[in-house]
Each structure stands twice: as structure tokens, then as C-alpha cells.
Design a binder for this molecule. Structure first.
Ligand code: PLP
Length: 340
């Protein structure tokens, strides 16, 4: 039985063509700067995102940590959403390894941070306080694209207070495709951007951090210290280049699949009778089930070849390996299991 895996967009399999470019990649020792394919990926990503330089890293977690450590010194502070990946899901790395204090703010319904709250937590230059250095935003955040106008407003607050701004853009291309804009319109507001090759872009491994030449030179030192200096990593970078060349535009299909699934579920008897609203903006379908129903759904779907996480707060994720047929089948099975 073919498994339909809706747990995340990290579960994709590299296609034959991607495996071919990986097998044929020209490689060298990247720590000595000798891997032409890694250098090509770093330059290409920097160009796409409108920055001077790029750094290929093993994961999004390491990319965010390196960015934070490059912007902030020991005793500095970054402002971040209370459920942001780089605060909530990265083991407290910035505090543990960077001695950087997080100042969290609870996100608004659209995933943005209220900018008057941001301004209110920026600390004055006083020996009692950590030095506020950085605002960290996430786009998309839980599948929600930040409004374009909000980015301009955030950049202006950051500028007024002479902070830097980092974007956790693990899924920044989903945001760009959603808004129908060149991704540079989003990234232009940020000093650094981290983006994942291994989410919807469907590469097996890796993220790229982009920013100024100067900051990326600092970042390269932190990458080595954190154990992210890789050798013949052109084999992985080749997959990243392939992903950037071939898998950005197709994200629109994932968004269509998510919108279709959300509409179908909203129309179904179970969701209507329980007053549950299903939402989707990019590649994620979100809904909140009654208590313990998430387990029932996950177990029931597993018997029908569909994988989801068993929580009540559901997030079903569309990706390259989910076809329109899969989406239709999944909708049918979800409504059946829930109605049983
Ligand atoms: C996945 C993700 C990361 C981290 O990426 P890993 O490669 O899993 O470490 C960071 N931020 C966001 C928003 C993510 O979704």
C-alpha cells in the first residue's frame, strides 16, 4: 500500500532527476572552499533572495542559531514570537549555546507580532537590561503568510530602534507564491534570511542562510564551531540547486490542494455539525478537533494508508508527493473515520 503522508512537507522523496544531479555533482572539500557545487548553491540562493552571500548548512535549526549568534553577542537579546520555531522548537539553542536572551511576544491571529508590543519591550541602554539587538520574524508561520504591508511596518520599527531583523524563512517561498510576488519583495526588509531546502522544495537535506558578506563570514566561523562544516557536500547542494530551479513554482499546486481539502472538509457533515472551521492559506490545512478525537483520526487513517500526527490541534501538510487523487482520497477517509 502506498502511504499518503500528511505529517509534514519534510517527508518528500527525492525524484529520479534530483538523484541523478546528486550522483553527478562536481565536489571538493567545502571547508577549504573547494566545493564548486556548494559555492554555486550559496551564490544562487543569495541572488534569489537578494543578498550578498549565502551559507549552506545542514538544517534550518542550525541556520537560525548561526544567524542569532552572528547578530548577537553574549548578554544580547532577540525579540521573537512565543511559538516561533527558533524559540519554541529549537531546544533553546540561542540561550544555551549563544547566551542570547529571548524576549517573547504572543503572536496575533495572523502570526504577526504586534509592533507596539515589540517597541515596548525594546530595552533602553541601561546596565540593568540585556541589549536588544534583533527582531526575528517567521514567514510563513504555521502555514500563515505574513501580510506584505506588515513587513514594511516591522522594518520601520526596527530601523527606528537600530535593531537588525532576521527572517526564519523556512517556507519563505510558500509566502512569495501565496502573495504572487518575487521573494525579494519579502526578503528585502531583512538583514538575514534562513530558508529550508528540505521542506516544500523537496530536497533531502539542508538550509541556506543569506545576508551581507560580512555577516556570512562571521556565520561561517560559527558553522564550523557548531559542527556544520561539511566536506564533499556538493552532493547535497546539487539537490538544493535542483530544488530551487524546479520546485518553487509547483508550491502553488500544494496551496491549491490545501485549499481544496479545507473547502471539502468545511462542507462535510462532521465539521459542519461540530462547528469546526478548517482553514488553509498556503500548504497547511488547520483545524481543531474535540478532545481525544485526534488519536481516533490518526489510528483510523493509519489503517487506510494515511499518516497524520495524533493531536487534536491538526495540521495536515501538502507537498510534492501528494497528488490531487491523494487529496480526494484523504478527504473521503477523514470524513469517514470522523463520522464512524
Ligand atoms: C522546519 C523549520 C525550521 C528548522 O528546520 P530543520 O531543518 O528541521 O532544523 C525552522 N523554522 C521553521 C519555521 C521550520 O518550519
Amino acid at each position: 500500500m502506498k502511504i499518503i503522508d500528511l505529517r509534514s512537507d519534510t517527508v518528500t522523496q527525492p525524484c529520479d532527476e534530483m538523484r541523478r544531479v546528486m550522483a553527478n555533482a562536481e565536489v571538493g572539500d567545502d571547508v577549504t572552499g573547494d566545493d564548486p557545487t556548494v559555492s554555486r548553491l550559496e551564490q544562487y540562493a543569495a541572488e534569489l533572495l537578494g543578498k550578498e552571500a549565502g551559507l549552506f548548512v545542514p538544517s534550518g535549526t542550525q541556520s537560525n542559531l548561526i544567524a542569532l549568534m552572528s547578530h548577537c553577542q553574549r548578554g544580547d537579546e532577540y525579540i521573537v514570537g512565543s511559538k516561533a520555531h527558533c524559540y519554541w522548537f529549537e531546544g533553546g539553542g540561542a540561550a544555551v549555546l549563544g547566551s542570547i536572551q529571548p524576549q517573547t511576544i504572543v503572536e496575533q491571529a495572523d502570526g504577526s507580532l504586534d509592533l507596539s508590543q515589540v517597541a515596548a519591550v525594546i530595552k533602553p541602554d541601561d546596565q540593568h537590561f540585556a541589549k536588544t539587538r534583533l527582531l526575528c520574524l517567521e514567514n510563513t508561520t504555521w502555514g500563515r503568510p505574513l501580510p506584505m504591508a506588515y513587513l514594511t511596518q516591522a522594518a520601520s520599527v526596527v530601523k527606528d530602534h537600530q535593531l537588525a531583523m532576521h527572517l526564519d524563512g523556512a517556507r519563505v517561498f510558500n509566502a512569495a507564491v501565496h502573495h504572487g510576488v518575487d521573494v525579494k519583495r519579502i526578503t528585502q526588509h531583512f538583514d538575514t534570511v534562513s530558508m529550508c531546502l528540505s521542506k516544500g522544495l523537496a530536497a533531502p537535506v539542508g538550509s541556506v542562510l543569506v545576508g551581507s558578506e560580512k555577516l556570512i563570514a562571521t556565520a561561517r566561523r560559527w558553522r564550523k564551531m557548531l559542527g556544520g562544516g561539511m566536506r564533499q557536500s556538493g552532493i547535497l547542494a546539487a539537490a538544493g540547486i535542483f530544488a530551487l530551479e524546479n520546485n518553487i513554482e509547483r508550491l502553488a499546486l500544494d496551496h491549491q490542494h490545501a485549499a481544496f481539502m479545507a473547502a471539502q472538509l468545511n462542507d462535510s457533515e462532521y465539521f459542519k455539525s461540530h462547528g469546526i472551521e478548517v482553514t488553509s492559506q498556503t500548504n497547511m490545512v488547520l483545524f481543531e478537533l474535540p478532545e481525544k478525537v485526534g488519536v481516533k483520526l490518526a489510528v483510523g487513517l493509519a489503517d487506510r494508508g494515511i499518516r497524520i500526527y495524533p493531536g487534536d490541534n491538526q495540521r495536515l501538510v501538502m507537498h510534492k508527493d501528494i497528488s490531487t487523487d491523494h487529496v480526494e482520497f484523504a478527504v473521503e477517509q477523514i470524513t469517514r473515520v470522523l463520522s464512524a
